[in-house]
Each structure stands twice: as C-alpha cells, then as structure tokens.
Design a protein around this ligand. Structure first.
Ligand code: ADP
Length: 522
C-alpha cells in the first residue's frame, strides 16, 4: 500500500483470546495482531500471566532472566514467558506471582498496581530484549498509563526516544479511576493530578487512567466510526467528552473485525452441523440441537432468538426485562439468554425463566462453545444496547446466518441496516430510541418477517456475505501507527495542561491548555 518501512509494534492488552477473556477486548487482541502481522509488520503482544494460564497447556517457554521493574520507591521482579497467537504472532506473558497468581482477571483492590506493574514490566521487557518498538498500542484503562509515561518518566529515555503511542478505547465506561497513591506507584507523582479546566471538578481530584491515555497518546481511536462521534457528546462521553473534544483532531474510528478462523460455520468444531452460504440446508440441525440443549420444544417453525451478553445496563437488559411478559405472551418465538453479570439481572431473568419455562431458556455462565452453538442455531440475535462501542455479537451472528435485532448505536449502527420491506434493503432490524416500546416493535417486525420464507433467507445471506474480517480494519490500524509515529514530535506535552498536587499547589508542569482546532476526523 505504501513504501513506508515495516513497523515494530508492541500491543498491550489485559486479556487476549484464547488465554483470558471477559469481553470483546480479548477477541480483538487475539485476532487484530494476526492480521497486522499478515501485512508484514513485526507486531508482538504482551499480557499478564494470570494464575489460570498454564504454561504447559499453551506451550509457553520462559525467556530472559528475571528483571527488576521500578514501582514507587521499590522494585518488583518480572519474569517473562513466550507463546504464540496463531502461527506467528509472539505473545509475552508477564509473570509476578504476588500480583497475578489469582483466580480472576479483574476486580481486585490492587488492580491499579497490578496493571501499572504489567505496563511498566512490558516496557522494561523491550529493553531487556533490545527490541525497540516504533509504536506501543495501548488498550483501555489497564495500559493507559503508558502514553503518560512516554511524556514523563520515559520522556528522556534514549531507548524509547522514537516510540509513539496509539491508545484504543474499547469501552469508555470502564476508566480505571483511583486515588493519588496511584501516581506514586506509577512514579509520576511529581507531576501531580491533571486539572483540565473543562472536566468536572471531582475528576480533577482523582487519577482517571483512561483520561490520561486520551490526553497523552499520540493518536487515539475507538472501535467504530459512529462511537467515535458519539463519545464527543455528554450522552456517550462518560464525563470525558470535554477532553475527547479537546483532542478530536487525533481521534479516529476503526471498526473491529472478527476472527474468521474461529468464527466460521463451515469449520466450527462446536456446532452440530457445519454449513456455509451455499449449503444453508445444513443449518437447521443446529437449531434443533440448540432447542434440545436449551430444553425448549423442538419447533423448526418458531423463530429462535438468542442473546449473548454481559448482563449489565449498557447491554439493554433493562428494556429486555421490561418487555418480557408481552414478548412471551404475544410473540410466538423462543428466547435463549447466555450471560453473566449483575446479580440483580441473574435474579430477574431466573424468575422470568420460571414463569416461561417453555418459551425461554437461561444460561447464567460464560461458555464460548455454547455461544457458538447459539450463533449457529438461532434465527435472530438480540443486542438492544444503550451504548455499543463496536459490538462483536452482531457480526458473529451475521457470519453464522442469525439475523441481528439491534439498537442503532455505535458499531451496531455501522454494521446493521434496518430491513425495509418496501425497498427490500437491509440486513437486520434496528430501532433508535432507547425504550422498551421501540425494542418491542423491532422484535415484532423481525418475528413477522420471519414468516416470509422468500424474504428471510435473503436477510441471512446478506449478513453471511458481508465482510467482517480483519483485513480492511488492520490496514486502517497500520495507517494510524504511521500517523502516530509522524505525530509524535508534534504531540503536546503534559505541561500544556494544568496539573497540580493534592494540596492544590501547582505541579512542576503548570500551564494552560490549547484547543484542538481541526475538525473531527472520523
Ligand atoms: P463487550 O466487549 O462489551 O462485552 P462485545 O460484543 O464487543 O461486547 O463482545 C462480547 C464477546 O463476548 C462476544 O464474542 C460474545 O460472543 C462473547 N460473550 C459475551 N458473553 C458471553 C458468555 N456468557 N459466554 C460466552 N461468550 C460470551
């Protein structure tokens, strides 16, 4: 595409498929690097070695001697294991038993320390390997301190002199908000809090790691074009919209892809009957098998609607719950819900399940093979999200011939076009306002359209034909990497923002701010 030299990229993520996953970030981290390597770049991934990641199972080998990582006024030791994603993407696992040898991934009181250690150890690992990245690609709050370091603790470090940063926001709702102590742990206390004049005052008295990623990265992106525009508004900005607007000249939207090797109904080892767009007749056995697995009546004629989701407000569970009685009583269809999350939703859907045992089935667990059987066996997939940075479920569903029913927000709006019977255009069903009635009418339209067996397979095929592979988006990421490198020298430094210590005195870098002047490039 261009004559520019191949890049060295360090990709940092708290979760990576197949090693650890709680959501879409893991899918992206397990698939985007493969597509970037296929374009000829030396991309390498790093993540923590959580206790559950077994070196034997994943054929990991120890590399490097244990080395010290500066933390506050002490040092922690890091060890590194090397493995691979797919054939040829190296992945480095940062090990420290005290911080990571635990059952879970997140939700510990020392999460800030854990991920700051991971981020810093990953940088020091590069030095140990004498592998100098051109770009560090940071993802979500866990690694958002890195762009901040590049302009503070590492600013004058010759090893990272030319290293640029790209910061990707996968979900603005999780910001990593901590107290002043985190600045000490990260070794940036001398610079103090960030006091951005446009932020709510309470945010100026805490450390919001996501905000630091946004303020200090050379380039920022999020995972769909629509979401990149939405987060500039108070409705979607999760209180960080003022700084996003301030940096809109370097904010881009790149739609996620899905891993076509993993999500392929022609080869999927977890489904009852394999099929592709030319062999749709092989798909129905998956519906029958799913109905059986879910304990629902085996009815080929009744539309089977799936939902695979974290059970949180963001995913629209409240409006699903609101319509459940009307849906179960008036719309001839079956519903399977797979998800885990907030306890109140576990309880609410368990009681709904008790009320409608023949119409709905409930799996309150995280189960990737079952998710694939739902994509392959359902007729429709429901994603009525309040906000959706990109959303992978609707893309996986389309690849498997399950027609999405979505709220038109973020990446859902960028990938699903509402079916219009007058023009016969569209690949799914979508609705605008976030309310139960709008969801109910979209669901009704979908169930109604399902009856037209000359129309429905067309919708399925449109989804299956769409290209949601990573190739296109990987090229866009490479463009952003080059842009980050080119921007590096023009990047504003922390002293351009007001900063202060907790006692209110000006930090070493006091000063005004500049406004971003260019129009948003999304
Ligand atoms: P988010 O990252 O906000 O949770 P995405 O739609 O981007 O949402 O990604 C969710 C991913 O996690 C999809 O691959 C989806 O299939 C998967 N997933 C969500 N919940 C479950 C579950 N309970 N069991 C298996 N897979 C799940």
């Amino acid at each position: 595409m261009s004559a520019q030299p191949p890049l060295k990229i360090l990709f940092l993520s708290a979760e990576v498929v197949p090693f650890a996953k709680t959501g879409g970030l893991a899918d992206v981290a397990g698939s985007l690097p493969k597509a970037i390597r296929a374009l000829g770049h030396d991309i390498r991934v790093a993540m923590p070695r959580y206790g559950r990641i077994s070196p034997e199972q994943f054929h990991l080998t120890p590399i490097l001697s244990p080395f010290s990582v500066p933390m506050d006024d002490t040092e922690e030791t890091a060890r590194v294991w090397e493995g691979h994603i797919g054939e040829d993407v190296p992945i480095y696992f940062i090990e420290n038993a005290r911080l990571f040898d635990r059952d879970g991934i997140y939700m510990y009181p020392d999460d800030a320390e854990r991920f700051i250690f991971f981020s810093r150890a990953a940088l020091e690992m590069c030095r140990q390997m004498n592998w100098r990245p051109d770009v560090i690609h940071c993802n979500d709050w866990h690694t958002a301190i890195v762009p901040n370091w590049m302009q503070t603790a590492y600013r004058d470090d010759p090893f990272f002199k030319s290293t640029a940063t790209l910061y990707t926001i996968h979900n603005l709702a999780y910001q990593g908000v901590f107290g002043y102590r985190v600045l000490e742990i990260a070794g940036v206390a001398e610079y103090g809090f960030i006091a951005h004049p446009d932020l709510a005052p309470d945010l100026n008295d805490v450390v919001d790691l996501m905000a630091r990623g946004i303020l200090f990265a050379d380039i920022i992106n999020t995972v769909s074009e629509r979401y990149a525009q939405e987060i500039l508004t108070p409705e979607f900005g999760e209180r960080l919209d003022p700084i996003l607007r301030d940096r809109r000249d370097r904010l881009f939207g790149v739609l996620n892809g899905i891993d076509y090797e993993v999500y392929n109904p022609a080869t999927d080892p977890h489904i009852a009957s394999r099929y592709d767009i030319r062999h749709l007749a092989d798909r129905p056995p998956n519906k029958a098998a799913l109905q059986q697995e879910a304990g629902l009546p085996e009815r080929p004629d009744v539309p089977l609607i799936g939902a695979i989701s974290r059970l949180t407000d963001q995913k629209g569970l409240d409006i699903i719950a609101e319509i459940m009685d009307a849906w179960m009583q008036h719309l001839p269809s079956q519903f399977i819900l797979l998800g885990t999350g907030e306890q109140r939703y576990h309880e609410l859907f368990a009681s709904l399940h008790n009320r409608y045992p023949d119409r709905m089935s409930l799996f309150l667990t995280f189960n990737a093979p079952l998710a694939q059987r739902i994509y392959a066996g359902s007729d429709m997939l429901l994603m009525p999200s309040r906000a959706e940075p990109c959303g992978l479920g609707q893309m996986i569903a389309m690849r498997y011939g399950s027609v999405p029913i979505v709220r038109a927000t973020g990446g859902l709006a960028d990938t699903v076009q509402d079916y219009d019977p007058r023009t016969d255009e569209g690949n799914g069903f979508s609705f605008g306002p976030y309310d139960a009635m709008a969801l109910y009418t979209a669901l009704t339209r979908a169930v109604e359209t399902y009856k037209y067996q000359d129309v429905w397979p067309k919708l399925m095929r449109r989804g299956m034909r769409a290209d949601f592979s990573w190739e296109h988006s990987a090229r866009k990421y490479v463009d952003l990497y080059y842009r980050a490198v080119a921007t590096k020298h023009g990047t504003r430094r922390p002293e351009e923002y007001g900063v202060m210590h907790p006692d209110g005195t000006a930090g070493r870098m006091g000063g005004g701010k500049q406004n971003g002047s260019r129009e948003v490039e999304v």
